[in-house]
Ligand binder design. Structure first.
Ligand SMILES: *[C@@H]1O[C@H](CO)[C@@H](O)[C@H](O)[C@H]1NC(C)=O
Ligand SMILES: *[C@@H]1O[C@H](CO)[C@@H](O)[C@H](O)[C@H]1NC(C)=O
Length: 657
């Protein structure tokens, strides 16, 4: 066989890779005392040195210095014609899939015109495959299998502007223009709130800013002010969500995969890896607000079927405009903004899926759409909307306290049974496992994520706990509940935080070398969410009733208030930034604790930094505009009493996140 002139693994590069793996996994080998760690770790490192690296990237820009340069990013698998010890070892090493990469699936960025010069096949796939076959054979005695789908760049940047791009650009420009006019109008004419041109005042940045920073603005209902602690909870939770998403960066094109795998054995990281349960907090807050606001509404109004329609329509109108703008941007201009070996693979895929499925998103059904990579984080909005509709139906159909008790109990049981049954039938994991491979694939094909984590009907338990809590709190406030009598139970509230950590940490069993037994997984699927839900509910309930002051003090801190108002914008935007960061990577990253910390802080900072203008220019003006246009909005000005109640109904849709 002809040897390739340009061997595309330079020997120095291989050596560095070995060294980093060895240093990370066996720090003790440098000292004279024998390593105290289990022999498995040491064995792992010698194994590690023999395996081809999972990620490799030829220099990207240099590839296009010569005219006609061609750069391809390929996901390929290692194969052998006959069994070899190395291949067996790779298979065995990748076996605990919860914490190991699959070392037979590699992703390489290859400058075809430099690294594979000796191959002239016109079929690019065959050219890549024979090139990889030869390099892998020389170095490792392995062959490769290149799939049909891979991504290539020829370095020529073409700006193709489609009609959709122009429409979106026009809409955004128009919004800016309205903001400019509205703000100038407000600034120059200083009109009275009730007599000025209301339509324009919706777009006054000054007014929106005041709304944003005023403590608990526009809540005439004093009881709603008691919900201040939700602000802290929402901000803290959204930061955790951002953190969870910034983890994606650690599984994408890193040169120290050994470090990433090693982290799974450390307890603190377990808290992070099992953090997917955190999202239950949002369901609880959402269920609480729904029940509580409907109770307030019912004090003065009949709960008839019209409430159902109104609640659903208001919610849709509240969530959709800002969401549609983000979606519109991803559909159109986003693809133009990046370059790099994996831009097509990461962002291009996202855009393709969004073009096919955007209307599922606008109908909030996208969490029942499997395999889509379009803004995957918005599964939560869909699930929450579905549960919201369920909640409103239950509340309006069952009006007596007894029937509500019965139905909520039944739903709660269903909320435990359904995930358990689905876990049993499909042989899933007890919770989403943040494995390197699942993260590398953005969970698109992770069955636990698809079947249990992201559906509406599998998240009923948390929502029902929230609704029950809202109902109870409303009842307790009406009955003038005096918490001072129960002071000695403070410790129960304080315990919720450590217990919460224990529940989260309990997920460590899923990261053992052996997969957890089916019984354990089913039990976890049934119980983790409700237990965590109860802990959150205790914490929240005690804050609302001013039962306990330490957690309440933290959650009601004034700084949270403006931040909590932009959480929806932050939520919508941060994921786009994370994907943008990943997609623009041109070299392999070296992951370390500090690096991940910086990424985390940076994503939070950028997320909020972008959320403020987005809220001021898009979210808040459009929300007000809709209120102004709706028939319910117009009624408001006629009857002050009605208006007050309206504010409270819309509150639930406003404060969902
Ligand atoms: C790793 O990937 C290969 C090829 O797709 C697959 O056959 C194998 O089952 C995977 N190994 C694990 C442990 O998932
Ligand atoms: C690469 O090696 C595999 C395994 O031997 C073989 O099936 C495949 O045809 C080879 N590809 C090319 C292009 O030669």
């Amino acid at each position: 066989m002809e040897k390739p002139s340009h061997n595309y693994f330079s020997p120095t590069r291989i050596r560095t890779q070995d060294l980093s793996a060895a240093v990370v996994l066996v720090p003790c080998t440098l000292t004279t005392t024998p390593p105290r760690q289990s022999s498995k770790v040491v064995k792992g490192s010698t194994e590690y040195a023999k395996m081809p690296p999972i990620f490799q990237m030829d220099p990207f820009e240099e590839c296009f210095f010569e005219p006609g340069g061609m750069y391809c990013t390929v996901d390929f698998t290692l194969v052998t014609d006959s069994p070899t010890p190395l291949m067996d070892m790779i298979r065995e090493y990748s076996e605990p899939s919860s914490k190991r990469f699959n070392h037979s699936k590699l992703t390489y960025g290859i400058c075809v015109t430099k690294s594979c010069t000796n191959y002239n096949s016109t079929d690019l796939r065959l050219r890549l495959e024979s090139c990889l076959n030869d390099t892998m054979w020389d170095e490792y005695g392995l062959k490769t299998n290149v799939p049909e789908k891979f991504y290539c760049e020829d370095g020529e940047k073409t700006m193709d502007v489609t009609p959709a791009d122009i429409v979106v650009a026009f809409i955004v420009m128009f919004l800016f223009l309205l903001n400019f006019i509205g703000s100038s109008y407000d600034f120059c004419c200083n009109p009275d709130k009730d007599r000025g041109v209301k339509f324009l005042l919706c777009f006054s940045i000054r007014r929106n800013w005041i709304k944003l920073v005023t403590p608990t603005a526009d809540t005439p209902e004093p009881r709603l002010k008691r919900l201040k602690s939700f602000n802290g909870l929402k901000v803290i939770s959204i930061c955790m969500v951002i953190f969870a998403h910034s983890i994606f960066i650690g599984a994408y094109f890193v040169n120290n995969t050994a470090f990433v795998e090693g982290e799974y054995n450390k307890l603190p990281y377990q808290i992070i890896f099992n953090g997917t349960i955190i999202v239950q907090k949002f369901f609880i807050v959402s269920g609480f607000l729904l029940a509580y606001n409907l109770q307030l509404y019912a004090e003065k109004h009949a709960l008839d079927w019209k409430v159902i329609v109104k609640a659903i329509v208001l919610r849709w109108l509240r969530l959709t405009p800002a969401y549609a703008i983000v979606l519109g941007f991803v559909l159109t201009w986003y693809r133009q903004l990046g370059t790099g070996p994996i831009w097509q693979k990461v962002a291009g895929t996202e855009v393709t899926y969004c073009r096919e499925t955007w209307w599922y998103h606008l109908l909030y059904l996208n969490n029942y759409l499997d395999g889509s990579e379009c803004l995957s984080h918005t599964w939560y909005l869909a699930a929450d909307t579905q549960l919201y509709i369920l909640g409103v139906l239950v509340w309006v159909v069952c009006r007596s306290a007894r029937s509500r008790l019965v139905v909520l109990s039944l739903l709660f049981v269903a909320g435990m049974v359904i995930p358990a049954v689905i876990t049993y039938i499909h042989d899933l994991d007890g919770a989403v496992i943040v494995s390197p491979e699942a993260t590398r694939g953005f969970y698109v094909h992770d069955q636990t994520y698809i079947q249990v984590y992201s559906r509406g009907h599998t998240n009923i338990a948390g929502y029902v706990i929230g609704m029950a809590l809202g109902y109870l709190i409303h009842y307790a406030q009406a009955a003038d509940f005096n918490p001072q009598k129960y002071k000695k139970y403070h410790v129960c509230v304080w315990l919720t935080l450590p217990l919460g950590f224990i529940v989260v940490g309990a997920g460590k069993v899923f990261y053992a070398d052996e997969r957890a037994s089916l019984a354990e997984r089913v039990a976890a699927a049934a119980l983790l969410k409700p237990i965590f839900g109860f802990l959150v509910a205790i914490c929240l309930g005690s804050s609302v009733l001013k039962f306990e002051n330490i957690y309440r003090g933290i959650l009601e801190w004034r700084v949270w208030t403006p931040l909590s108002r932009v959480t929806y914008s932050t939520y919508l935007l941060h994921y786009v930034f994370v994907k943008y960061f990943i997609g623009n990577q041109v070299t392999l990253l070296h992951i370390s604790f500090m690096f991940v910390s910086f990424i985390f802080m940076g994503t939070i900072f950028i997320g909020f930094l972008a959320a403020f203008p987005f809220y001021l220019l898009v979210e808040s003006p459009l929300a007000q505009l809709i209120k102004l246009c709706l028939p319910v909005g117009r009624e408001k000005t006629k009857e002050p009493e009605e208006r007050k109640q309206e504010t409270t109904t819309t509150y639930s849709s406003r404060e969902h996140l």
